[in-house]
Design a protein. Sequence first.
Length: 48
Amino acid sequence: MNSGGDYYVISISEQDYGAYTLYHDLLGKKVLVAENFIKFIELAHRKK
């Protein structure tokens, strides 16, 4: 999902499977956004 230049992707590594990770397209920085889909949706609603 693209949100104003930031890309949200689902991690598929075994350590944090299903965790949502934020990739910034300019810096290439990886930041954990939420540990599961429910938390990701809650976060998205809070930002509005």
